[in-house]
Design a protein around this ligand. Structure first.
Ligand SMILES: [Zn+2]
Length: 111
């Protein structure tokens, strides 16, 4: 199994959604949750993601799952190898500067 390929495709199978829209959808099905609490946890997970906090396996954390379970990637939370129409917060995918990240990976590969 090619781990590099899994890593690269990891954030691509998600359906992007804004925090507000996700909260609305989530509250429709989970009426025991309060909006304030859910928003707080989503923002905390998103901040952890932006700080570069990773799952213990080395993958980027899945913000939505991390807000509900704990800070971990999609695979570690669900046991599925890749997302299939699962939601991820748009900011957790769009905001990352790709050139910086690529340079970082290049330096890591040389060591
Ligand atoms: Zn993981």
């Amino acid at each position: 199994m090619n781990f590099e390929r899994i890593k690269n495709s990891y954030k691509t199978g998600f359906v992007l959604i804004s925090i507000d829209e996700y909260i609305r959808k989530h509250l429709e099905s989970q009426q025991t949750e309060t909006e304030k609490d859910l928003r707080k946890r989503l923002n905390a997970a998103l901040n952890d993601y932006k700080k570069g906090i990773k799952c213990f396996c080395g993958n980027d954390i899945w913000v939505i799952g991390s807000a509900i379970v704990r800070n971990a990637c999609f695979t570690c939370i669900t046991g599925e190898s890749c997302p299939d129409h699962d939601y991820e917060i748009d900011e957790a995918i769009i905001k990352r500067p790709s050139t910086k990240r690529r340079r970082h990976i290049d330096t890591m590969d040389k060591s």
